[in-house]
Ligand binder design. Structure first.
Ligand code: HEM
Length: 230
C-alpha cells in the first residue's frame, strides 16, 4: 500500500490507461482472439493510442484553465512520453513487421502514399520534443525550449491529417470511416486554442468551472504551466 500512497489517483490512472493497449494486445494474442489481419490491427491500435495520449497531454492545460486544477500540468510530460512510446512502436511495426526492414520497398511506399509522409513527418517532429522534455534540457535550452515545444501546434494537426488520410475517406461527402478522426481533429483544435496565452488569460479570469460545479472554500488559483511558463 506504501507504493500506492506515493502516487496520486491521476498518476495511477494515466499509467494504467497508457499500458492498457499493450496489455490488451498481449492478452488477445495469447488467447488467440486477435484480428485475422494482425499487422494492420497492431498498426491501427498503436496509432490510435499514440494520438489519444497526445490529445490527453494537450487536454492538461484546458483542465487547469477551466477547473483551476493544477495537477494535470505535472502529468503532461508523462502523457507526451507515452504518446511518443506508442508512436515509436507504431513505426517499428510498420518498418519491421509490415515491411520486414526492406528499406527500398519502404521508401517506395512512402513516395506512393502521402499519408505515410505526413505520419513520418509527425514522428520526426515528436523526437526532439520527447528527448528535450526533461528538466535538464529545459534549463539548457532556456527560451528556445519553449519555442521548440511550440512544435506541438504543428504535430497535432499533422497527426490528425495522417489519421484522416489513412482512412481513405472523403472529407467533403464525409464518406469512409472519417468521423472518428474528425472528432479527434475537433478536440485537438479546441485543446490547442485554449493553450493560446490570451485565451488562457481570459479563461483564468473566469470563475473556476470546478468552483461553479462543486462549490467549496479555498479553491487554489489556476497555476502557470510549469512546462511552457504561459
Ligand atoms: C514514420 C511514421 C509513421 C508511419 C510509417 C505510419 C504508418 C501508418 C500506417 C501504415 C497506418 C495505416 C494502417 C491501416 O489502416 O492500414 C497508420 C495509421 C495511423 N497512424 Fe500512423 N504512421 C506513422 C506515424 C504516426 C504518428 C506519429 C501517429 C500519431 C501520433 C500516428 C497515428 C496513426 C493513427 C491514429 C492511424 C489510424 C489508426 C486507425 O485506422 O484507427 N502515426 N499509420
Amino acid at each position: 500500500m506504501k507504493l500506492f500512497s506515493r502516487f496520486t489517483l491521476l498518476q495511477i490512472a494515466i499509467h494504467i490507461y497508457a499500458w492498457s493497449a499493450l496489455v490488451w494486445i498481449v492478452i488477445e494474442l495469447l488467447a488467440g482472439t486477435f484480428s485475422i489481419n494482425p499487422i494492420q490491427e497492431l498498426e491501427q491500435r498503436t496509432g490510435r493510442h499514440a494520438i489519444t495520449l497526445l490529445a490527453l497531454s494537450l487536454l492538461c492545460t484546458p483542465l487547469n484553465s477551466l477547473f483551476k486544477w493544477s495537477e494535470p500540468l505535472k502529468r503532461r510530460r508523462t502523457l507526451g512520453l507515452y504518446a511518443f512510446l506508442y508512436a515509436t512502436i507504431h513505426v517499428i511495426i510498420f518498418v519491421d513487421l509490415d515491411y520486414g526492414l526492406a528499406w527500398s520497398q519502404i521508401a517506395q511506399t512512402v513516395l506512393q502514399k502521402p499519408y505515410i509522409i505526413v505520419g513520418a513527418t509527425t514522428f520526426l517532429l515528436l523526437v526532439p520534443l520527447a528527448f528535450t522534455s526533461f528538466d535538464i534540457w529545459k534549463k539548457r535550452l532556456g527560451k528556445n525550449w519553449k519555442r521548440l515545444h511550440r512544435l506541438v501546434y504543428l504535430i497535432a494537426p499533422l497527426a490528425v491529417l495522417h489519421y484522416i488520410w489513412s482512412k481513405k475517406g472523403d472529407l467533403l461527402s464525409l464518406s469512409g470511416d472519417i468521423i472518428r478522426p474528425l472528432i479527434y481533429g475537433l478536440a485537438l483544435a479546441i485543446f490547442l486554442i485554449v493553450r493560446i496565452p490570451s485565451v488562457r488569460k481570459f479563461l483564468a479570469s473566469l470563475p473556476s468551472l470546478g468552483l461553479v460545479l462543486f462549490p467549496k472554500k479555498d479553491q487554489p488559483p489556476a497555476q502557470r504551466d510549469p512546462q511552457t511558463g504561459d
